[in-house]
Design a protein around this ligand. Structure first.
Ligand code: SF4
Length: 544
């Protein structure tokens, strides 16, 4: 005969002495840590957003609102309706808010009103975490991911399609206006009101389409500059034109944003974050290093990032700051035994097979650059001299000074099929002003120490994205527009850090928990004073 657990209390039993909320929350519950941490923050700037007095019910203190939103994100509740439900039915939320039930629209309005203030709170909490754990912030790891925008994939249009839609909308608007004027002239109030609504809806749609059109044209220009006149028109999500139609990490295409984070390499906290303006991650290193510098007062010693990060000008800027970048500079095979090409010398045939290739052709690293002479020497001893200099803008608008090197026609060189394109008679190599920095990174990555340092990258940063997407259930942004999405991403990153901090169990955390106990005592004092004042009021009433 199996036995099952007894219910400690029937749902229909009347509780004579109801335990207080505080007794129902464990002494070491994470929510206490969060409450104590936020109680240490200076909220005066947030308080400024509220009038000193006014009609209506008094607002909830911003500390409580932030606590509820952040705790909701930690527990995987990111919609305002889920938060409203939690404040009414979840014990830990009731404890956090002292029993207040907060409406979903209040949460939505709060995030809009306080907009950019979350960025300061993110920095404040990170500074507290860094102090608490004495973080050195010597190493940061940078990576990006994609998160769905709040927009439907099928609602994306090219500039051409949008123009057709705008023409059709103009016709509909003219007709609606005509019908409205007719109804007003004939005094048909009901029809006039209906036509007013139709006109307003059409105008709103036109406004949306015009904004999307503007974005589509700008993106078309950029694409044309890269791919020439043959470039196809870019499709823009009409409901959120700031998003980009990109391949999802899980497959398929959808409107996405590209959030990027910098995780410190000791505890895995997110120390800096951003959403890229374009969909490219290549220009994120410097801004994220600067944000980390702002946090701890010095630049990190090392930055680890995967392929795709580390544009030349970024390597240059970080090199000047003394920050060592660890990122793969192209997938090229290494052969330590291969002799370095020398002018007039020929690489022995046994090394030909191991020569590094990229895109089916000999990689630049198969050639030797002679900085003194400013020439390249090919594996067959041919010298490639500077041919012409070009100045152009890259995708992010930075100026690139490109020098092309070329040599005499290669004739019947046995390596020609692997070195030259089908039509070329001589090999050409390009080198920009940042090549020295790239070579530095390549050399750093080629060492055992470099490989060991680079192995720290994936566990921290991929783990952070895993927790955000699977643990906190962030798969899609809830609001539209780059500015709002940026704010939401800061909320998410802060909640991620708090989730980590709530799991800390050591002597530093004990200090924080001591503070928790002090704050409990304060609450009890407050409850007692309230009880006494109510009692006094009642006694005055009775005696009167
Ligand atoms: S094809 Fe020309 S550049 Fe290439 S290895 Fe032969 S000689 Fe050198």
């Amino acid at each position: 005969m199996r036995t099952w657990s007894e219910a400690p209390i029937s749902r229909h039993q009347v509780e004579m002495i109801s335990p207080c909320l505080d007794e129902r929350i464990g002494r070491h519950a994470g929510v206490r840590f969060l409450d104590a941490l936020l109680a240490q923050v200076d909220w005066s700037d947030w308080e400024q957003a509220y009038p000193a007095s006014g009609p209506g019910r008094p607002p909830h203190h911003p500390r409580l609102m932030c606590a509820a939103i952040l705790y909701g994100l930690v527990r995987g509740m990111h919609s305002t309706r889920m938060l409203e439900y939690a404040t009414e039915y979840n014990m830990d939320f009731q404890w956090l808010l002292d029993g207040r039930v907060i409406d979903h629209s209040t949460f939505a309005k709060f995030r809009t009103v306080h907009g950019e203030r979350i960025k300061d709170l993110f920095k404040t909490i990170n500074r507290k975490a860094a102090d608490l754990k004495k973080l050195s912030l010597e190493e940061i790891i940078i990576d990006g991911t994609r998160i769905r925008a709040d927009s439907d994939r099928h609602g994306s249009r090219t500039a051409q399609a949008l123009q057709k839609r705008l023409d059709a909308l103009d016709e509909k608007l003219a007709k609606a206006l005509e019908e409205l004027e007719k109804a007003q002239e004939e005094g048909e109030e009901e029809t006039a009101r209906k036509n007013e609504r139709v006109k307003a809806a059409l105008e709103a749609q036109k406004q949306r389409d015009e904004k999307a059109m503007e974005v589509a044209k700008a993106r078309d220009e950029v694409k044309k500059a890269k791919e020439g006149k043959k470039a196809h028109g870019v499709r823009v999500p009409v409901t959120d034109p700031d998003a980009h139609l990109l391949e999802n990490k899980e497959g398929g295409y959808a409107p996405n944003y590209t959030p990027v984070i910098a995780v410190e390499g000791e505890l895995g906290l997110i120390v800096a974050e951003q959403i890229t303006e374009q969909n490219s991650e290549s220009d994120c290193l410097v801004p994220l290093v600067e944000k980390t510098e702002e946090l701890c007062g010095h630049a990190p010693d090392r930055v680890l990032a995967d392929e795709g990060f580390g544009a030349g000008y970024e390597l240059e800027e970080l090199g000047e700051k003394g920050v060592a970048v660890f990122t793969p500079m192209g997938k090229v095979s290494r052969d330590e035994s291969r002799p370095v090409p020398s002018a007039g010398g020929v690489l022995p045939p046994e090394h030909w097979e191991a020569l590094p290739l990229r895109g089916g052709r000999l990689d630049k690293s198969a050639f030797r650059y002679d900085a003194g002479e400013d020439v390249y020497v090919c594996p067959m001893g041919q010298i490639l001299r500077p041919l012409r200099k070009q100045t152009r803008k890259n995708g992010t608008g930075k100026t690139v000074e490109l020098m092309e090197y070329s040599g005499a026609p290669c004739g019947d060189c046995p390596l020609a099929s692997r070195c030259l394109s089908k039509t070329a008679k001589a090999r050409t190599i390009s080198r920009d002003q940042h090549e020295v920095r790239r070579e530095e990174v390549r050399e750093r990555m080629a060492t055992e120490e470099g490989q060991e340092i680079y192995s720290h990258r994936a566990p921290w940063v991929e783990g952070a994205f895993g927790t955000i997407k699977a643990g906190m259930k962030i798969r899609r942004f809830q609001r539209r527009g780059l500015q709002k999405v940026r704010q939401d991403w800061t909320w998410i990153c802060l909640a991620f850090n708090l989730r980590k901090m709530m799991g800390w169990k050591d002597e530093n955390t004990q200090k924080m928990m001591k503070y928790c106990i002090q704050s409990c005592i304060q609450r009890l004092r407050w409850a007692l004073s309230r009880f006494l004042s109510m009692q006094n009021q009642w006694l005055t009433k009775v005696s009167a």
